[in-house]
Design a binder for this molecule. Structure first.
Ligand code: GDP
Ligand code: MG
Length: 791
């Protein structure tokens, strides 16, 4: 029997984890190891994926992947924690925690968790004065990293990208300690990289050698969170553990014996609540202390000589001796390298550059371990780590009774991911977001801003007239810069409002549910559930849609989603549709507009199928995702995010868009002899449009005025209609046939996104992709319009 056969509400005992490679490793890292009890909670409305309870947290995976996990019926019911304990103790008898390693006992951190009582080691080794203390902030997803980061740094932060990839890299100085720098890394569950983001986090810790690690651990989900901690401790880098969400933990009757946990783990453990800013000051003191004195973790040896016959222990120590010199040469902590090698990590094997005999010896040691332990290599190592964690937890953690938050989440989920309610509620929520953004809040703010820009324009305009400014300069400032940048700027309120809602949905935990509900649908076009959000936002505006793809966990999914967003017809195209349907298809406007929206979606689906076969071969990242409890988003996080997005957009408005505006203005206002002209039919733009005319003739659009309007539409779709109104002066119906108007509509739907959107794509994927996308869209638009026109 496999996990996919389990019925809702039933529990089973994992007997074997199948599958291979990174997916399998990921299962193990998420706590799915032989002996774990898993309960099926529910199936998504469309029949796939499925939600399970694993060790007290909620995990979703696709049926196909669940089919790789063999289970045996479990007799236990009740709390999954108790279940794990009783079942596992049958499988292996654990000894008590090993004695502290000899020679280290005198350098323990007694009382480190109690404010202010620092311990000075005899062999202390402070970094030279003036060295910047760099920290990596590492933890599971949804453990509160971003919240803690914002608390640590306040507003002293800088957002950039990790080199070579478009993954947010946030650096910040800890408040009150000028000589520090914390980096917020993407959330990871293990040091076995699974997604590209996880690889970034691992490489950061291994290669950039931070002076210290701040490991944030979600106390409400402590077993799985400590799994990462085990691996971080092996790195031999000074570290502190921030035990987060303590408010929830204690609020539900749980508690942690912090001093005991410090003793068992060998690093300071500081209970905090990031969202309530409790314990953060103390955390900072300890973080600075361990990094300054370079206090390494006191314990790295978590394998127990008595655990299940000690097979893993012996193998690990053998490998440590075997590879010691290679690990030192490669600059990889030896204990870490050894456990990764035993797990079968190819990247580390490659980095260590072992010779043939050593590789053979390694393989023999591993095989012997598998044989003695009765588990394969990855499972054996994962089991060893979880055994130690269970030991630590049983001595230090008083489990909370089922938390209010969990019960509340389950109640909310009855509706939000319910079989009949999930999808309708999702549609309603997105509808409400759009309504509020485009009709109420965003529109109101946009109106205000537009009025402000108009007033400023009028003021500068009259000022320039009174000082008798050069007409070219006058036109550059008013028609070029103010009209162009001002037009794009008026998007800002819409973008900020959309991101406000998006960040509320994301931080509360709802987006993860959306992914769960919509996965089956999106999977058909080679994406996973999360991509639905950017695609939907694309119906509002492509710019925030592209920006929002950062919530996607894989680079491949992100790229593909970005390339699909322009097919979702944005609101700025509505005036074009309205203009042409009113002029050419009176009375059939609604039908034609609906048709256009659907055409966009259909072409998008076809494009995605094409991308899947060409650019993005291979499968999307398997969908193994945690559903966090619903939590109240923090005001600070939300404000920070809005500020980042606004800044990001403004930066673009004043660089790429500013330049593009001036170029278009220049082409529009000068003729080939660089004379400043009033009659736009002689402008360079008109001449370029004239050159393009033959290209548009097969579409029935061989008129330089149409071409000019379309070019101006690249600046902003709104200006297609305004340009046309000026150039045709009301005579549009005599200039085009009905068929040509239809082809114009299709072309406008599909051709290059506006410059603001192109600039967003450039920011995410680079200039080549951005230009490529613009040209590709034009090609698709041309083909579709042509087909429509000739048929
Ligand atoms: P990240 O994914 O690790 O960056 O986690 P976030 O910082 O986005 O936090 C996830 C959610 O947990 C947010 O809704 C936070 O407001 C919430 N949160 C963070 N820290 C705490 C805490 O100490 N207590 C409680 N109750 N909630 C928290
Ligand atoms: Mg975060």
């Amino acid at each position: 029997m496999t996990l996919s056969d389990l019925k809702t509400g039933d529990s089973a005992l994992v007997s074997k984890v199948g599958g291979n490679g990174e997916l399998r490793q990921h299962f193990l890292d998420m706590g799915i190891i032989p002996g774990t009890v898993i309960t099926k909670i529910k199936t998504a409305p469309m029949g796939d994926p499925v939600e399970y309870d694993v060790n007290g947290y909620e995990l979703t995976m696709r049926l196909e992947d669940a089919g790789k996990i063999d289970v045996a019926p479990s007799t236990s019911s009740g709390s999954p924690f108790d279940g794990v304990d009783s079942e596992r103790s049958v499988i292996s008898k654990r000894s008590v925690v090993p004695e502290p390693v000899e020679g280290h006992s005198k350098t323990a951190h007694p009382g480190l968790g109690e404010g202010g009582r620092f311990h000075t080691k005899e062999d202390e080794n402070p970094v030279p004065q003036g060295t910047t203390l760099t920290y990596a902030l590492v933890g599971n997803q949804n453990s509160g990293k971003t919240t803690l980061f914002n608390q640590l740094t306040g507003s002293n932060q800088h957002v950039g990208n990790f080199p070579g990839v478009t993954v947010d890299r946030k650096d910040g100085v800890i408040r009150g300690y000028a000589n520090t720098l914390v980096t917020d890394l993407p959330g990871i569950y293990s040091m076995s990289p699974y997604t590209s983001e996880e690889l970034i986090s691992r490489n950061f810790v291994l290669n950039e050698k931070p002076r210290g690690i701040i490991n944030i651990v979600d106390a409400t989900n402590i077993q799985r969170n400590l799994y990462l901690t085990m691996q971080l401790l092996e790195l031999n880098i000074p570290m502190v553990i921030a035990l987060n969400m303590m408010d929830e933990m204690t609020g539900n009757g749980g508690s942690v014996n912090v001093n005991k946990m410090e003793e068992l783990l060998g690093v300071p453990v500081i209970p905090i609540s990031a969202s309530k800013n409790q314990g953060v000051d103390e955390l900072i003191k300890h973080a600075v202390h361990v990094a300054y004195y370079q206090e390494k973790p006191l314990r790295q040896d978590f394998c127990d000589a008595n655990d299940s016959g000690g097979a893993v222990h012996r193998a690990l120590h053998a490998v440590i001796h075997l590879i010691h010199d290679h690990a030192e040469k490669a600059g990889i902590p030896v204990r870490f390298a050894a456990s990764k090698l035993l797990e079968g990590d190819k990247r580390i094997l490659y980095a260590l550059d072992l010779d043939v005999n050593e590789k053979e010896t390694l393989e023999h040691i591993t095989l012997q371990m598998e044989k003695e332990r009765g588990l394969d290599r990855s499972a054996a190592i994962a089991d060893m780590r979880y055994a130690y964690i269970k030991n630590v937890c049983s001595q230090t953690v008083k489990k909370p009774h089922e938390s209010k938050e969990r019960i509340r989440s389950q109640k909310i989920d009855k509706l939000l991911t319910g079989k009949y309610t999930g999808i309708p509620i999702f549609i309603a929520i997105m509808g409400l977001v759009f309504f509020l953004t485009f009709n109420v809040i965003g529109a109101f703010l946009q109106g205000l801003l537009e009025r402000g820009i108009d007033a400023l324009t009028a003021l500068v305009d009259s000022g320039l007239t009174t000082v008798n400014a050069n007409p070219v300069l006058h036109s550059l400032i008013i028609d070029g810069i103010f009209a162009g940048v001002g037009g794009v700027l008026s998007f800002l309120p819409i973008i900020v409002t959309l991101f406000l809602f998006l960040s509320l949905l994301e931080d509360s935990g709802y987006i993860a549910r959306v992914a769960f509900v919509m996965d089956t649908l999106l999977r058909k076009i080679g994406l996973s559930g999360r991509s639905i959000v950017p695609l939907l936002i694309g119906f509002g505006c492509t710019v925030p849609a592209v920006m929002s793809t950062r919530i996607l966990p894989s680079e491949r999914d992100r790229k593909m989603t970005i390339l699909l967003t322009p097919f979702m017809s944005c609101t700025a195209k509505l005036p074009i549709y309205a203009f042409f349907t009113a002029a050419f298809f009176p009375g059939r406007g609604g039908l034609i507009m609906t048709g256009l929206y659907f055409l966009g979606i259909i072409i998008g689906i076809l494009a995605s199928l094409l991308y899947r076969k060409t650019l993005f071969k291979g499968e999307p990242v398997p969908f193994v995702m945690e559903l966090p409890n619903y939590r109240l988003p923090s005001v600070k996080n939300t404000a920070q995010l809005l500020w980042e997005k606004a800044k990001d957009f403004l930066e673009r408005a004043f660089t790429v868009i500013f330049i593009a505006t001036i170029v278009i203005w220049f082409l529009q206002s000068f003729d080939l002899h660089l004379n400043y002209i009033q009659d736009s039919s002689k402008s360079m733009l008109a001449i370029i449009a004239g050159l393009l005319e033959p290209i548009f003739r097969p579409l029935g659009l061989g008129d330089w005025r149409i071409c000019t309007s379309l070019i101006s539409g690249v600046l902003a779709k709104e200006s297609v209609v305004s340009t046309m109104e000026i150039l045709f002066a009301g005579g549009i119906t005599s200039a085009l046939t009905q068929k040509a108007a239809a082809s114009m509509l299709v072309f406008s739907l599909l051709y290059s996104p506006c410059i603001a959107a192109i600039a967003s794509v450039k920011r995410e994927l680079g200039a080549r992709w951005a230009i490529g996308l613009a040209l590709w869209q034009c090609a698709i638009a041309w083909i579709c319009a042509f087909l429509l026109y000739v048929i």
